[in-house]
Write a protein that binds this ligand. Structure first.
Ligand code: BV8
Length: 233
């Protein structure tokens, strides 16, 4: 049965109250990317970067999954083929909405990583500069997120999924960050149909076979109903 691969971005969590990056007043309007989402920025001012991620971690922990997150979980459950969710988001709202095996290509707010030995552990709500790694004791704990210039996680697995996709959907992403922004081309090369569900046309809008505009809590449940209804589900 057809395999569906879905890429999500900050827009799917917007209606759960979490800020996006590039919308009016978004996260990048409040902080320079170079200062808070690069290894150089962390080396220069780790306290600032911890403050940036601590605020988002505390906010994300209080946020609730919305109808779009829940609709994707239902699609995973009721679709006869495989449904793979790849997210650029570092919140845990897909899992909170019932989704499984979510691929977090840009890492997770709930995770801590040791920059010295690579050990991972559940992050405390707020991390501090010089936090010691539980494994090697080095004072080099950082958020387990992928910054600019760093390699996103599980890329081989993602490319395998894209190579086998019959349907690719991008939801709530502005299509400005690579390599995620190029996934639509990988899917097309594999012969997949491609659809974009977004509030506004993304940078890659012309690459998609179909674009549905509107808030995710409206467009995603409708899209899932159509897919499942199509199948007479
Ligand atoms: C890499 C950290 C090497 C975690 C993030 C020049 C050309 C091409 C590429 C580059 C270049 N210079 C540098 C690069 C590479 C760089 C890059 O792409 N830069 C861009 C800015 C040009 N990429 C990297 O460095 C990546 N690593 O390339 O490694 C490599 C790669 C492959 C193989 C070998 C080596 C690493 C990128 C990861 C950076 N980390 N975040 C965190 O803090 O969260 S990026 C950050 O942006 C988040 O991860 C976020 O998810 C991501 C993308 O943003 P979006 O999710 O799309 O959010 P955005 O605000 O932009 O858009 C929101 C959308 O939602 C909008 O379309 C809006 O309309 C819509 N929306 C809003 N409300 C709603 C809605 N939709 C529906 N309903 C609503 N209610």
């Amino acid at each position: 049965m057809e395999k569906i691969v879905i890429l999500t971005g900050a827009g799917i969590s917007a209606e759960s109250g979490l800020g996006t990056f590039r919308d009016e007043g978004g996260l990048w309007a409040q902080h320079r990317i170079e200062d808070v989402a690069t290894p150089e920025g962390f080396a220069r001012n780790p306290a600032l970067v911890h403050r940036f991620y601590n605020a988002r971690r505390v906010q994300a922990a209080k946020a609730q999954p919305n109808a779009a997150h829940k609709a994707l979980a239902r699609l995973q459950k009721d679709w006869p083929g495989e449904v793979v969710i790849v997210t650029q988001n570092v919140d845990g709202l897909h899992e909170a909405g019932g989704a499984e095996n979510v691929i977090h290509m840009h890492g997770v707010l709930a995770g801590a990583l040791c920059a010295t030995c690579g050990h991972r552990w559940p992050s405390p709500p707020e991390m501090e500069v010089g936090e010691p790694c539980p494994a090697c004791r080095s004072p080099t704990a950082r958020p387990d997120v992928v910054w600019f210039g760093e390699m996103p996680y599980q890329m081989d697995e993602i490319y395998d999924h894209l190579a086998g996709a019959a349907l690719f959907a991008a939801i709530g992403t502005s299509g400005q960050v690579y390599p995620a922004a190029a996934f639509v081309h990988e899917a097309q090369a594999a012969g997949a149909r491609t659809v974009e569900l977004n509030l506004a046309p993304s940078a890659g809008v012309s690459s998609f076979d179909e674009t549905r505009l509107g808030p995710a809590t409206g467009t995603v449940p409708r899209w899932v109903e159509e897919l499942l209804g199509e199948r007479g589900g």
